[in-house]
Design a binder for this molecule. Structure first.
Ligand code: ATP
Ligand code: MG
Length: 610
């Protein structure tokens, strides 16, 4: 391809809207253009990158026996209503674009395809003899993200590879999950990415086990916690750890069995105030947090969480626990947010001793709420449950209680894990190890869905014993367009992009230093033709620009190898430059071709590839 025909427009200035290096570089190097918030045109150079990534994915999916398919993006509301996800995806902060057709029927634009694929499975898969099967597609997904940002990292229209597998039992599903894990690791390595597999929260997709693949990068949106021995890695949304031991409450306040003492705590409405005034440690206090969960099929549910004073509430864990605890008739949890004094009075509710609340705050305080349900869902975090004796609010202004035990505050139900693991916490598998923090960009996510969707959408098969059973399902996503940008985030320098060769838009670029010079022009044309004959994907920068401009552009767009045809052309000499290392050598044109062909072949299968 000739650069003069590429519609290439590179930018010298840094686009103001881009905060992330990779986003800036893709815009500056002319790979993409923004059409609307979170909506990008993938220009020809980027499309080549996306196709290269897709080719690697296809090879690895086919090697697993998965079949490529293409499913509808327009998805009827009914199947989402049957799976119970329609309101969660369309109400409130729901991310599904949806619309009505001319017959007033509701549709969603596919953010994901579990419903579609399960509907098909229900029709097509009847017997255990047809199992297991896996299909995949590479397609545009639509998500009306609350905060589209960072270019292709979080866009509203993006390319995803999604695969789905169906099995007769959970063992077979787990086996496929492991094979997918292997395929994912190969895909990312082949694309030149350094990726870490981490335990993940399954979120709105649901299911038992899930693992995310994170491109480690300072700019990543996700916080990852890992142990130094490499045996534990998890997204913070999901991570578990051992909380620091609580500092025992000193006698006499800790005398179990004794009635709690009322403490005067004037104006001490925060843990810090309380600790400062009474020489306490935050782990000696149980704090009470009030939140409200919006539900798809029921009135908002007030939630009371009791957690140790030195711990932080993990919203992902909270939302999962609520989904399990609330009655099925309430539908799904749309969102959970803290209750503040304004939200409280908006419900027409009376005075509250904010900052002095205890776990036994009576449900009566909710009496007469305008829209909320009149009772709290009470949740007790395990760190608080483990305290034999503690301090907590007395539900009275300026008063706390000391020497409280859970026997005196019944009705909290079984303890659950609601705390956020933090860097520096001790690891569960080895308390001598401490958790370390790093940041990551999620490029892939694999799930063992189990039977959630097949139960809901009646996707059943007859088993070997003749019994009708629900299919076991897995689903496996890769953000193809996000991956392309993540590769730039990991591979760039101060001059521009340094594409890993297997996903570079072209493998080599021939630059004519002076396109008006007949000798240079002729040699460059010959080099370009010979490279292509040798099976190298080559670009020819034939533009009538100054050499400096062309060199800068070549660095910016990041083609792995550059052949410069300049003054040495008369002696058949050219310069060969490797983009990543900036190593340059002067060679005869044939030597240059031979070396280039050799290096490109090596680079096409990155080291370590089995
Ligand atoms: P995230 O946690 O980043 O919002 P997700 O968990 O919602 O992502 P999945 O539903 O698992 O994502 O989608 C599979 C893959 O698609 C993700 O691993 C990610 O790489 C990619 N992806 C998800 N949302 C976006 C988006 N808005 N823009 C670009 N890629 C995305
Ligand atoms: Mg995710």
């Amino acid at each position: 391809m000739r650069v003069s025909r590429l519609m290439l427009v590179t930018l010298r200035d840094v686009p103001a809207e881009a905060e992330l290096t990779s986003h800036r570089l893709l815009l500056r190097a002319g790979y993409m253009r923004r059409l609307a918030s979170g909506v990008y045109a993938y220009l020809p150079l980027l499309w080549r990158v996306l196709n290269r990534i897709s080719a690697v994915i296809r090879e690895e999916m086919e090697a697993l026996g998965a079949l490529e398919t293409l499913l509808p993006q327009l998805q009827p509301a009914e199947i989402w209503q049957r799976s119970g996800r329609w309101s969660a995806y369309t109400d409130g902060e729901g991310i599904m674009f949806h619309l009505r057709d001319r017959q007033d029927r509701c549709f969603g634009l596919g953010p994901t395809h579990e419903e579609v694929v399960t509907t098909l499975a229900a029709e097509l898969l009847r017997s255990y003899r047809q199992l297991p099967v896996s299909i995949y597609q590479i397609q545009t997904k639509f998500r009306d993200e609350i905060r589209p940002r960072f270019g292709l990292m979080r866009s509203r229209e993006f390319i995803m590879k999604d695969a789905y597998s169906f099995h007769a039992d959970s063992t077979d599903l787990a086996e496929m999950y492991d094979r997918m894990d292997g395929a994912y690791r190969r895909i990312f390595r082949r694309c030149g990415l350094d990726v870490l597999g981490v335990e993940a929260d399954s979120g709105a997709i649901g299911g038992a086990a899930s693992r995310e693949f994170m491109v480690t990068a300072e700019a990543g949106e996700d916080l990852i916690l890992t142990s130094a021995d490499g045996r534990y890695a998890a997204n913070q949304e999901r991570a578990v750890s051992l909380a620091a031991a609580a500092v025992p409450l000193p006698a006499p306040a800790s005398g179990s069995g004794e009635a709690p003492e009322l403490m005067a705590t004037p104006g001490q409405s925060s843990i810090d105030d309380l600790c400062a005034a009474h020489g306490l440690h935050p782990s000696q206090i149980v704090k009470v947090l009030l939140l409200v969960a919006r539900l798809s099929d029921a009135a908002p549910q007030p939630v009371l969480v009791a957690i140790r004073g030195d711990q932080q509430l993990n919203m992902a864990k909270l939302s999962n626990v609520l989904s399990e605890r609330l009655p099925a008739a309430a539908g799904s949890v749309l969102d959970v947010s803290p209750i503040d004094a304004a939200g409280w009075s908006a419900q027409g509710l009376g005075a509250m001793a904010w900052g002095f609340l205890g776990p036994d705050l009576p449900d009566d305080v909710l009496g007469g709420a305008r829209t909320w349900q009149p009772r709290f869902e009470r949740l007790l975090d395990a760190t608080a449950a483990d305290l034999p004796s503690f301090i907590c609010g007395a539900n009275l202004e300026d008063r706390h209680r000391s020497g409280v035990s859970w026997e005196r505050l019944p009705g909290m139900g079984t303890a659950v894990d609601l705390r956020s693991a933090l860097p520096g916490d001790r690891c569960c598998h080895d308390p001598a190890m401490l958790l370390q923090a790093s940041r990551g960009i999620e490029v892939g996510h694999i799930f063992q869905l189990g039977r959630k969707y097949s139960d809901a959408l009646a996707a059943r098969f007859s088993s070997e014993t003749g019994a009708e059973e629900s299919l076991w399902m897995g689903c496996y996503g890769i953000g193809v367009s996000r991956l392309a940008q993540a590769a730039v985030e990991q591979h760039h320098d101060d001059q521009g992009i340094c594409w890993p060769l297997p996903i570079a838009p072209y493998e080599a670029i021939v630059v004519i230093a002076n396109a008006a010079d007949e000798t240079q022009l002729a040699l460059a044309e010959a080099m370009y033709a010979r490279l292509r004959e040798a099976g190298i994907d080559a670009l020819l920068d034939d533009r009538r620009e100054r050499a400096g401009v062309k060199f800068k552009d070549a660095d910016l767009i990041g083609i792995p190898w550059r052949v410069v045809v300049g003054r040495g052309a008369a002696q058949d000499r050219v310069e060969l430059v490797e983009r990543r290392t900036r190593e340059s050598r002067e060679l005869d044109s044939s030597e240059a071709i031979a070396l280039l062909v050799d290096r490109v072949r090596l680079g096409r299968c990155p080291a370590g590839d089995p």
